[in-house]
Ligand binder design. Structure first.
Ligand SMILES: Nc1ncnc2c1ncn2[C@@H]1O[C@H](COP(=O)(O)OP(=O)(O)OP(=O)(O)O)[C@@H](O)[C@H]1O
Ligand SMILES: [Mg+2]
Length: 349
């Protein structure tokens, strides 16, 4: 028998499992040539739980950066506007708070790192000064405390000889080390959410691996949640617990990582998986996995946006009706044929 106490316990449990970030129906527009507005991200909904690691994946132009910048409250700064939807962080809808509060949150609640770390660092100041400046501003530490925090942060991101390196300028650091400095700067204010937009794309494969290891370590040590943006499913395989696949401004599939690789529910996800190089498969497969490219927002097809490229397209259906998100056992997928298809994932060896 279920008792009142059980119910209350369940309620408490549910409350404590409220996601840290809850994005719902997020729709973003940019000015179009003719004085109107063009939708570039539409109806995007996903959650990131506290301490969770979620990947936002898709080809170039799918809307990953536009969506992440919106979470950071930077849509307006990039010339766009949020025309619909909500971005709840810790239970508060950020689309309704004044810019000042969002700015405060950007320092302490969440932080973002980018593909080209060197561009985000100021060449005229030492890395220590830059980290210290950030913690003084956001945490109100004294100069001395802030510098000690900078050293501690460089140690946290595993930069050797942190006490000496804190006095170096950004140009003295390699690409991988610069990315560590950026991560240190963002982590210095104890954010609960770290957004990483292609943080390893510009780096060599070996350096890339080390940054991924670092992010994993940081999550274990600090419990920070991670929204990891990448065009490469192979990169997110080991790092993320959930995978959100974007295509042409909307979500194509959202599923647990352990499921999505073996049982993709959207032909686009299956195509992305087929482009992951696998030993024993000829290189041709990679090139021909998904012919064509993502259409620009102004040319999105009427039906399923992936239908012109989809090997499973049902003519007269998929090119006519725009699919809604459908619940599937592994999560959700935006495909009209989701019930009929048995899609190829990566093979387990
Ligand atoms: N400031 C802007 N003004 C107008 N359009 C924009 C702006 N920023 C992005 N867009 C458009 O929004 C769409 C999505 O872009 P976004 O940068 O989010 O793609 P992405 O998935 O991050 O791609 P990539 O993998 O290349 O980084 C693109 O069609 C892009 O041209
Ligand atoms: Mg991008």
């Amino acid at each position: 028998m279920v008792t009142m106490t059980d119910l209350m316990r369940k309620e408490q449990f549910d409350a404590s499992t409220e996601p840290l970030l809850r994005v719902r129906d997020l729709t973003i527009e940019f000015p179009s040539g003719g004085g109107g507005w063009q939708t570039t991200v539409e109806g995007v909904s996903f959650d990131v739980g506290a301490g969770e690691s979620v990947a936002l994946v898709g080809e170039s132009g799918s809307g990953k950066t536009v969506s992440s910048l919106a979470v950071m409250g930077l849509t307006q700064a990039t010339g766009g506007r949020i025309s619909r939807g909500s971005i709840e962080f810790d239970g508060r809808d950020l689309t309704k708070v004044p810019e000042r509060e969002w700015r405060k949150l950007r320092g302490t609640g969440m932080g973002m790192i980018f593909q080209q770390p060197i561009r985000s660092l100021n060449p005229a100041y030492t890395v220590g000064d830059q980290i210290a400046e950030s913690v003084r501003k956001h945490l109100g530490l004294s100069r001395k405390e802030a510098m000690a925090r900078a050293v501690e942060m460089l140690e946290l991101v595993q930069i050797p000889r942190a006490k000496e390196r804190v006095g170096d300028y950004p140009h003295a650091f390699s690409g991988g080390m610069c990315q560590r400095v950026m991560i240190a700067m963002v982590m210095a204010c104890n954010p609960r959410l770290l957004i990483a937009d292609e943080p390893t794309t510009a780096l060599d494969v070996t350096v890339q691996e080390k940054i991924l290891d670092l992010l994993r370590d940081l999550q274990e040590q600090t419990g920070v949640a991670l929204l990891f943006v990448s065009h490469d499913l192979a990169v997110v395989a080991e790092l993320c617990q959930r995978v959100v696949v974007m295509y042409a401004g909307e979500i194509a599939e959202n599923a647990a990582a352990e499921e999505v690789f073996f049982r993709p529910q959207h032909p686009y996800t299956s195509g992305l998986l087929a482009s992951i190089p696998q030993p024993g498969l000829n290189a041709d497969r990679r090139l021909h996995a998904i012919p064509g490219g993502i259409p620009a927002a102004a040319d999105w097809p009427t039906g399923c946006r992936f239908s012109p490229r989809c090997p499973h397209v049902a003519p007269g259906v998929c090119d006519v009706e725009h699919p809604a998100m459908a619940q599937v056992p592994t999560g959700e997928a935006r495909c009209l044929r989701v019930q009929d298809l048995d899609l190829q994932g990566v093979s387990v060896r």
